[in-house]
Design a protein. Sequence first.
Length: 78
Amino acid sequence: MHQVTMPRFSQDMESGLILEWRVREGERVRAGQVLAEIDTDKATIELESPCDGRVASILHGDGAEVPVGEVIAIIAEE
């Protein structure tokens, strides 16, 4: 299992806003596939999957403000 955390896109970033998940729980994903759009204080960034697998759990939904480093999803390897 791989824990997807809210990344730090800039030195000053303390949290990010999940604008929209592009995947759903149970869906297969490939490394590099866009998982979600994250809004930071400076830009909107596409968060990519770090690995191949299946989205086991999405822990924070659309519109959630999440601190950097907190787990936002779990990808299970197949």
